[in-house]
Design a protein around this ligand. Sequence first.
Ligand code: TXA
Ligand code: MG
Length: 311
Amino acid sequence: MYISINKAAEILKGGGIVAIPTETVYGLAGNAFDETAVAKIFAAKERPFFDPLIVHIAEFGEIEELVAEIPKNAKILAEKFWPGPLTLVLPKKDKVPNLTTGGLSTVAVRMPKKQIARDIIKLAGFPLAAPSANMFQHLSPTSAEHVFEQLGGRIDGIVDGGACEVGIESTVIGFENETPIIYRPGGVAMEMIGHPVSFAATPLKEGNLISPGLLEKHYSPNTPLCLELPNEIPPNSGLLAFGKLPENSSRFAKILNLSENGNPIEAAVNLYGMLHKLDSCKLSKIFATLLPKAGLGNAINDRLLKARGTA
Ligand code: TXA
Ligand code: MG
């Protein structure tokens, strides 16, 4: 199951699908131009076909095969943040299959920072469609073991590149008349972008989706997640803390702290790993509190709200 990057490239060239590390989360990769490979990705994740995939490139020049036109602001953002945790949604070329883009006329493109990811793209020789390597609506993977737990028997291999350095998915940005719109907050904080940017109204309902990843329930653990701390802590509860612990913390059966000194960058790195760990502790409930709305706090809060879903 665990394979080298050369083996991964060989499998990808043969139309297979493999999990690869990136700096954000692990991705489940296949040839973005090969509808059969892309269909395998949707099938393995049990992801609905309307939810489009991100296409990963190794060099800026590769964007020309994918994109019909690059708005000026998109180019500025790519120059500033690529390689890195930024995805740009741009008008697609016909060569990109509709299956890859969920039937949309746009394609989401990202150049990952993680060297292993770019090496695999180069060895394969084509851009890689890669959503996060988890089952649809479940927790994203930030280690090869996380991928194995969810997708082990369903895919052709996993490249183990260690832990993900950023730990939270890329920021997804689209353009409406040159104005950048954030469809999903992520690893590049809004304050870093610097342009006049706005958030897409979220959550959007199914059937009216600019970016289908804005679905309300997403990134969920199996254990119910609650974002308000009650006075009475129910038995066998877990706490996903951030910074200083609450006064009643001794009532929790298990506590993991995203960042003891309240650093949102460290919290992003720990987020999914700690949720995976708490989820495996057979707790009756997991409690967490939202972070201050600054820097990566916005992206983390977005994931926590979606992880809660309607639970
Ligand atoms: O960091 C990441 O972005 C990771 C790594 C593997 O690169 N990938 C990832 O993929 O998070 P996924 O499929 O879990 O999330 C892709 C997001 C979804 O919210 C999807 O709706 C949005 O990108 N998206 C993809 N193509 C789009 C398009 N053409 N228009 C609008 N949104 C799009
Ligand atoms: Mg995902």
